[in-house]
Design a binder for this molecule. Structure first.
Ligand code: GBH
Length: 445
């Protein structure tokens, strides 16, 4: 059995900056973040953590952390700034990062789509347009062809739930639509693009592993009432089963389809014969981003989105319950869909960090991280087959619509000077990894 993988994760638009450099084209997040009122304090990814220029120092710091693997994403608009126009300089940027990682002995998990759709694709309808699935597959194929020798895990999509529902129904992410039919189409085309990319990878004889990352949350009803039970089932269908069922059962959740067609009069005409077979292309692993649970209560006025219930657990700066033990429930329910190895591709927490005498004391983050790792050790003793863990995030970064106000990093970023300060949690994670190595990872394997 492979040793348990300890890692940390980032995403292109959240850290890179350099949006006008290296021949990069615009993405929907450049456009969205420049619209007034969309982002907290008018934040954009223009500079972010300036990782575009500082990546080498950041990788050196990762080496000090002692991780086995680094998860990052490729910005599609660096590779294809315009439709059909390949930009070798963009590919070279990622190739150099991958070569440096190899030199450092850190393996790479590469996400192909962490929400930064090229603006040219959006101008042609974006994920609303079925052709977008093929554009993505072409882009993925180019990345496989150029980089497969340096990548251990390929992740087609990060959280298609966000790229479809948060972006097109809730309107809080780019491109900012509020339209259920659009969201359903986007989800369908995202899943289709995933399947096409996996098929392309197999066809070209890809030598490593390929999977997808879903943001899943175990859902609980606020009370044992019948109504709250209904709310719970609906939330589970919306957030989890809408993606798990097509990937592993070849269909959308039938119960929820009824509800959705009543809400937006869709007849699901975007589903074509054979689509589910493409989506079900066999995978090597499932990536799961886990942050918190959902507790919901029935709200007779809610059209679709369920009402979050009050809970008295401690909350992170995002307002999320700290509840590591519920990860076990989630892992058990995933096992009713698939026996694939699971990687926790994100898990982390935001707190109000401040610098005192050149240090950042963040005991809550270290506690959050170590408690989740304990849960995973126990889960593996139960046979739940978790292959690795990536802490979100390596650096404080652009927390999407929340701007720079939410800090998830193991490393503090002073956005005025771009100075990096490893937080106490950085050292706690480092020591934990080192101790595991000493014990031959026995607790995890
Ligand atoms: C993940 O999303 C993302 O993959 C990652 O990029 C992100 O930084 C991380 O988690 C932490 O959030 O209040 O309008 O800004 C998790 C799902 C979806 C949760 C968006 C926060 C905020 C919407 N996220 N949501 S808004």
């Amino acid at each position: 059995m492979e040793p348990f993988v300890f890692g940390t994760a980032t995403a292109a638009y959240q850290i890179e900056g350099g949006v006008q450099e290296g021949g990069r084209g615009l993405s929907i997040w450049d456009t969205f973040s420049r619209q007034p009122g969309k982002m907290k304090d008018g934040a954009t990814g223009e500079v972010a953590c300036d990782y575009y220029h500082r990546w080498k120092d950041d990788l050196a710091l990762m080496k000090q952390l002692g991780i086995d693997s680094y998860r990052f994403s490729i910005a599609w608009p660096r590779i294809f700034p315009q439709q059909g126009v390949y930009n070798p300089e963009g590919m070279q940027f990622y190739k150099e990062i991958l070569l440096e990682l190899r030199r450092l002995g850190i393996s790479a998990a590469v996400t192909l789509y962490h929400w930064d759709l090229p603006q040219w694709a959006q101008n042609l309808g974006g994920w609303d347009n079925r052709d977008c699935a093929q554009w993505f597959a072409d882009y993925a194929q180019k990345c496989f062809a150029e980089l497969d020798g340096l990548v251990t895990l390929w992740i087609t999509h990060n959280e298609p739930f966000c790229a479809s529902f948060v972006s097109n129904l809730e309107g809080r992410h780019a491109p900012g639509n509020r339209d259920l039919e659009k969201a359903l189409r986007a989800a369908h085309h995202l899943l289709l693009s995933h399947g096409l990319a996996v098929q392309a990878y197999r066809k070209m004889g890809g030598r490593h592993q390929i999977g997808i990352t879903l943001n899943l949350a175990p859902v609980y009803p606020a009370t044992a009432s019948f109504a709250d039970g209904l709310a719970c089932a609906a939330q589970d269908a919306y957030q989890n089963r809408w993606f798990l069922e097509p990937l592993f059962h070849g269909q959308y959740p039938q119960d929820f389809c009824m509800l959705l067609s009543a809400r937006c009069a869709t007849d699901f005409d975007f589903v074509q014969p054979g689509d589910f077979a493409v989506m079900q292309a066999p995978l090597d692993f499932l990536g799961v981003n886990f942050y918190t649970r959902n507790v919901v209560e029935f709200d007779p006025t809610a059209l679709l989105l369920q009402h979050p219930a009050y809970t008295d657990l401690p909350k992170t700066e995002m307002g999320w319950d700290v509840c590591p033990e519920t990860l076990t429930d989630l892992l058990r329910s995933i096992r009713t869909y698939t026996k694939l190895p699971v990687y926790i591709t994100e898990n982390g927490s935001a707190w109000q960090d401040t610098v005192t005498d050149g240090a950042v004391h963040d005991p809550q983050r270290a506690d959050y991280l170590l408690r989740h790792l304990q849960v995973l050790a126990q889960a593996n003793r139960e046979g739940l087959n978790v292959a690795g863990y990536y802490y979100w995030s390596f650096l404080d970064n652009l927390e999407w619509a929340r701007g720079y106000s939410k800090r998830f990093g193991l490393v503090y970023v002073d956005y005025r000077t771009q100075r990096r300060i490893p937080k106490d949690s950085f050292f706690a994670y480092r020591d934990f990894i080192a101790a595991q190595r000493g014990e031959g990872c026995a607790a995890y394997d």
